[in-house]
Design a protein around this ligand. Structure first.
Ligand SMILES: Cc1cc2nc3c(=O)[nH]c(=O)nc-3n(C[C@H](O)[C@H](O)[C@H](O)COP(=O)(O)O)c2cc1C
Ligand SMILES: CC(C)CC(=O)C(=O)O
Length: 359
């Protein structure tokens, strides 16, 4: 059970099984996928009592998103497979709730339309663009231009995908490509691509810090790295001058042996905490998960699959329901812990569950 179990059940009823599996699945044996949620369940919160004060108002300042909710929409591909309005529905719901939307490079709607839909709802809606650095720097540069002219306020570079993870469910279901009638709209009309058609997204082990340097020289937008897990890489990211890190194992869809992000967050916080904003995604399903991540050093967290379940269950309304539910649950969790907001959250609130408190 989690906060979104009913929406997941409804989505599963409505989606074609292969599409549900694409969204729900992880890589290989799905150990990392399971661990992401289980690791939160292995942690408990030590609440404080009788502290007085107004109800918590969790808002955080993020690069290109002042006063945002501490829960972001993580980038996920192919929203039109969940609902005919696809990314437009997601964008409207995110904007209505003051939530940062990280729009996937693999979206089925072009980023300029996504940002326009968000800005119709709220003129200062923050949309970040998620990018896989491409081996051909011209292709990357063109994608960045698109994100910039659309009005995105930050770039999120996903660094955990030198190759695509082994998605066993997709292999079994023969789900390799977008079905006819759908396209990865951001990949249209790019150098080296078919005229009037879309280029494939390339994942390449060639990609290195050098490509990142080139990217940073060509854009004034803040750049966050998504998929860092090793504290040494966090140090390198600081040395590169990036604007934030998202600690993530890609929802258990890349290296199945990767640890749960919440389990490595304390090390990364110890390594570089305070030098740049740390975010986390993977397995966040309740307000208490958000509070735990914030207490262990994150500024904010992302949610991936719950948004897809809301979208499949009921379009824009369903995504709104997901974001409203988690927002209210964060406030409840903070109040129950006796904290007034993110600034009050410290690592000594978090203990292992079953920690043998008598010892
Ligand atoms: C169906 C699906 C598609 C995804 N597509 C992308 C993507 O295009 N780019 C990316 O950086 N991450 C992608 N991710 C990873 C998410 O951004 C995020 O790291 C993960 O879903 C968080 O875990 P959660 O689903 O447990 O909340 C995808 C995840 C899922 C489930
Ligand atoms: C189309 C893919 C690149 C999207 C992705 O990152 C994923 O499915 O995890």
């Amino acid at each position: 059970m989690n906060l979104f179990a009913d929406l997941h059940d409804r989505a599963k009823e409505l989606l074609e099984p292969a599409i549900h599996d694409y969204y729900a699945g992880g890589a290989a044996d799905e150990f990392a996928l399971a661990d992401n949620e289980n690791s939160f369940a292995r942690l408990a919160l030590l609440p404080r009592m009788l502290r007085g004060g107004p109800p918590p108002e969790p808002r955080v300042d993020l690069p290109g998103a002042p006063g945002a909710a501490p829960v972001l929409v993580a980038p996920t591909a192919f929203h039109r497979l969940a609902h005919p309005e696809g990314e437009l529905a997601t964008a409207r719901a995110a904007a209505a709730t003051g939530t940062v939307l990280i729009s996937s490079m693999a979206a089925t709607t072009a980023v300029d339309e996504v940002v326009a839909a968000a800005r119709e709802v709220r003129s200062d809606a923050a949309v970040w663009f998620q990018l896989y650095l491409q081996p051909d720097p011209e292709v990357t540069a063109r994608l960045v231009e698109r994100a910039e002219s659309a009005g995105c306020t930050a770039l999120v570079v996903t660094v955990d995908s030198p190759v695509f993870g082994d998605h066993v469910r997709d292999r079994r279901n023969g789900f390799h490509d977008l079905p006819p009638g759908y396209e990865a709209a951001n990949m249209r009309d790019l150098p080296g691509g078919p005229p009037g058609g879309t280029r494939d997204i390339e994942m390449s082990p060639e990609i290195s810090w050098r490509h990142l340097e080139v990217l940073r020289a060509t854009t004034a937008l803040p750049v966050l790295l998504k998929g860092i897990l090793h504290p040494d890489d966090a140090h390198l990211a600081v040395a590169q001058g990036v604007d934030g890190i998202i600690v993530s194992n890609h929802g258990g869809r890349q290296l199945d042996a990767a640890p749960a992000p919440i389990d490595v967050l304390p090390r990364i916080t110890r390594a570089i905490g305070g030098t740049l904003p740390l975010l986390l995604d993977g397995g966040v399903r309740r307000g208490t998960d958000v509070v735990t991540a914030l207490a262990l050093g994150a500024e904010a967290v992302g949610i991936g699959r719950p948004v897809l379940w809301g979208l499949a269950a009921d379009g824009e309304k369903g995504v709104r329901e997901v974001l409203d539910r988690i927002g209210a649950d964060v406030v409840r969790a903070m109040a129950l812990c006796g904290v007034r907001g993110p600034d009050d959250l410290t690592a000594n609130l978090v203990v292992p569950r079953g920690f043998g408190g008598l010892r």
